[in-house]
Design a protein around this ligand. Structure first.
Ligand code: NAP
Length: 306
C-alpha cells in the first residue's frame, strides 16, 4: 500500500494533486517549513548477502536534485531501491519530480530549500518526520559556477553566490545531517567536488577556490568522523554536460553549448554511476576520492576536440 503524506495541496502542470482520502498522514511540524510532499511505502532496510552495501530502503538525501548530476543521482539511487529526500530551490520542478518518483513506486520527500539559508536548512532537517530522519547517504551536490572573469574584473555578486552555495551551503547541510549519522554510528557523505578542486584554471579563480574548499572540507570531515562509522567521499568530475555552463554564463545558452562542442563530455549518469559505486562498497571500504574525466580531457585545461 502507498501512504501519501502531505502538508498542503500542490499543483503540477495545472493539475491539483491530492492524496487519497483516509490514507494521508499530516505532519503539523511541517507547516513551518517549506516542504513539498512525501510519499512512503515499505521501509525495512537490508544489506546485500555478498558484503556489498545495499541501498534498498536506505534514505538518500540529495541536494540540487532538480537538474544535472543531482537529478541523475536521484534516478540511479531510486533504481537501487533507495528512499529519496530531494532538495533544490525550483519548487515546481521538484514537485514534478516527486510525482514522477511516486508514480514509479519510489518513496520520496521533496524539500524546497536554498542551501544558503542556514536557519531554513536546520529547520527542514529538524522537521523531518521520524520515518525520514535516519539519513543514510548525503549527496552534497548543490553547487554552481558564476562567471568566467579575471580576478581583477570579477563580479562580487558572482563570488558571493559561489562561496555561499558551494562552501557555506555544503557546510550548513552537513552540520544539520551529520549529528544523526554519528549518533547512529553509520552513514556516508558524498561531496560533489570537481577537477577545479585539484587545479586552478585561468578565470576560474573563485569557483576553483570553492572546490578547493570542498576538497579540504572532505578531508576535514573524514578526519573528524574517524571512528564514528561515517564514510566520507568526494567525487570530482571534469566536464559534465548539464545546466552548469548555462548557469555560469548567466543564461547564455549559445556560449554554454560551445563549452561542450566537438567533444564527448561526461554525462550526469556517469557521475551518478560513480556515486552508486561508492555507496554500495562493503561497510569496511571507504572510497576517499574519485577523479573522473571524459576520455577527451586530461586536466582542467587540456581537452581534445574532434
Ligand atoms: N557540470 C560540470 O562540468 C561539473 C564538473 C565538476 C563539478 N560539478 C559540480 O556538480 C554539482 C552539480 O552541478 P551540475 O553540473 O549538475 O549543474 P546543474 O545542472 O546546474 O545543477 C545544479 C543543481 O544545484 C541546485 N542548486 C544550485 N544552487 C542551489 C541552492 N542555493 N540551493 C539548493 N540547490 C541549489 C540547482 O537547483 P535549483 O536551481 O532548483 O536550486 C540544480 O539542481 C555542482 O556542485 C558543480 O559544481 C559540475
Amino acid at each position: 500500500m502507498v501512504l501519501c503524506w502531505r502538508v498542503s495541496g500542490f499543483t503540477v502542470k495545472g493539475r491539483k494533486i491530492v492524496p487519497p482520502e483516509g490514507r494521508g498522514k499530516t505532519f503539523p511540524e511541517f507547516s513551518s517549513g517549506k516542504i513539498g510532499v512525501a510519499y512512503q511505502q515499505n521501509t525495512s532496510k537490508s544489506n546485500k548477502g555478498n558484503g556489498m552495501t545495499s541501498l534498498k530502503n536506505k534514505i538518500v538525501f540529495i541536494t540540487g536534485a532538480t537538474s544535472g548530476i543531482g537529478l541523475a543521482c536521484a534516478r540511479q539511487f531510486a533504481q537501487q531501491g533507495a528512499r529519496l529526500l530531494i532538495a533544490a530551490r525550483r519548487e515546481e520542478r521538484l514537485q514534478e519530480l516527486a510525482l514522477e518518483f511516486h508514480t514509479a513506486g519510489i518513496d520520496v520527500l521533496s524539500l524546497t530549500l536554498d542551501v544558503r539559508n542556514q536557519p531554513a536548512v536546520q529547520q527542514a532537517v529538524d522537521a523531518l518526520p521520524e520515518e525520514w530522519k535516519a539519513i543514510d547517504v548525503l549527496v552534497n551536490n548543490a553547487g554552481l559556477s558564476r562567471g568566467l572573469d579575471t580576478i581583477q574584473e570579477g563580479k562580487l555578486q558572482d563570488w558571493e553566490e559561489m562561496i555561499d552555495t558551494n562552501v557555506k551551503g555544503l557546510l550548513y547541510i552537513s552540520r544539520a545531517v551529520l549529528p544523526g549519522m554519528v549518533s547512529r554510528g553509520s552513514g556516508q557523505v558524498i561531496n560533489i567536488g570537481s577537477v577545479a578542486g585539484h587545479e586552478v584554471y585561468p578565470k576560474g579563480n573563485v569557483y576553483c577556490a570553492t572546490k578547493h574548499a570542498v576538497a579540504a572540507l572532505t578531508t576535514g570531515m573524514r578526519l573528524d568522523l574517524l571512528g564514528t562509522g561515517v564514510r566520507v567521499t568526494t567525487i570530482d568530475p571534469g566536464m559534465v554536460e548539464t545546466e552548469f555552463s548555462v548557469v555560469r554564463f548567466h543564461g547564455d545558452a549559445e556560449r554554454a553549448a560551445a563549452v561542450y562542442r566537438g567533444l564527448t563530455a561526461l554525462t550526469p549518469d556517469d557521475v551518478a554511476d560513480a556515486a552508486i559505486y561508492c555507496a554500495t562498497r562493503p561497510p569496511h571500504v571507504s572510497i576517499a576520492e574519485m577523479l573522473l574525466f571524459p576520455t577527451a580531457q586530461a586536466s582542467a585545461t587540456q581537452v581534445v576536440r574532434g
